[in-house]
Design a protein around this ligand. Structure first.
Ligand code: SAH
Length: 238
């Protein structure tokens, strides 16, 4: 079981999306544990403030390192050796499927969610947070990013997905995007009266041909829209 601990100024944003569907079921079945730590419980002075203006000037507010440390100390459980601390930030290393696989094998994940202009760099360096970004765009806070990371990670825990086989052939396995998928009706008549059939091979019952068609489609799609993945795949084969 993974113990997830979230340090946030917006505790009411959790469990949020993590309470639903397969991840919500995993939470109920204790396949992972979610503990939310409110940064405001560790705020300083009468106002319980957690942030302050940036030294050197500039807009916005920065989360104080002393507040982050106090919150972290309340969350840390030293018995857990296999643990990682993540600070979600657009200036971190990009999250990918391989990283999610590594996180899914941990005993404990502690996630710090930033807001406004971010977090004092000393907190990140001294308290040893790994800086992780969920993509090349800027959100208003780390809470949704934490849910993205956790949803991707928790679904990899054995027993979470009904069909573990679905993990084997999905997008990014073997550096390929997934092939297109189809379901009933076999012929779909749209609102304009146009009829759309599914690719014939998929209803042929010929498993070898289906396998080959899917690989061809995956390769074609990857080559067209994700050259970076395609190059990686080619390099792995050499
Ligand atoms: N001034 C910062 C942006 C702060 S955004 C900069 O230029 O880097 C406010 C908070 O949202 C961040 O502290 C972080 O926790 C979260 N956040 C925003 N975009 C993110 C992303 N792409 N990945 C992960 N966290 C993100």
């Amino acid at each position: 079981m993974i113990n997830v601990k979230i340090l946030t100024g917006y505790p009411e944003m959790f469990p949020g999306g993590l309470a639903h569907s397969v991840i919500g079921k995993a939470l109920k079945e204790h396949l992972f544990k979610l503990e939310i730590i409110n940064l405001h419980d560790f705020g300083i002075d009468n106002r319980k403030s957690v942030d302050d203006e940036p030294f050197g000037g500039g807009p916005g507010m920065i989360l104080r390192p002393d507040v982050v440390e106090k919150a972290l100390l309340s969350a840390s459980n030293n018995q857990n050796l296999n643990s990682t601390k993540i600070y979600l930030t657009p200036s971190g290393t990009l999250l990918n499927q391989e990283k999610l696989g590594i996180f899914a094998k941990l005993d404990e994940i502690i996630i710090l969610c930033g807001r406004f202009e971010g977090v004092d760099q000393r907190a990140i360096d001294v308290l040893d947070f790994e800086e992780v970004s969920i993509g090349d765009y800027v959100l208003a806070g780390g809470e949704i990013a934490a849910q993205v990371l956790l949803e991707g990670c928790i679904r990899l825990i054995p027993g979470v997905l009904g069909h573990p086989k679905s993990l084997l052939e999905e997008t990014f396995s073997n550096n390929l995007l997934e092939y297109p998928q189809y379901t009933r009706p076999k012929v779909w008549e749209d609102s304009l009266g146009n009829k759309h059939d599914v690719p014939e091979v998929l209803t042929s019952g010929h498993h070898e041909n289906i396998k080959k068609w899917r690989l061809d489609k995956s390769t074609e799609k990857t080559k067209k829209i994700r050259q970076d993945l395609y190059i990686k795949k080619e390099q792995k084969q050499d």
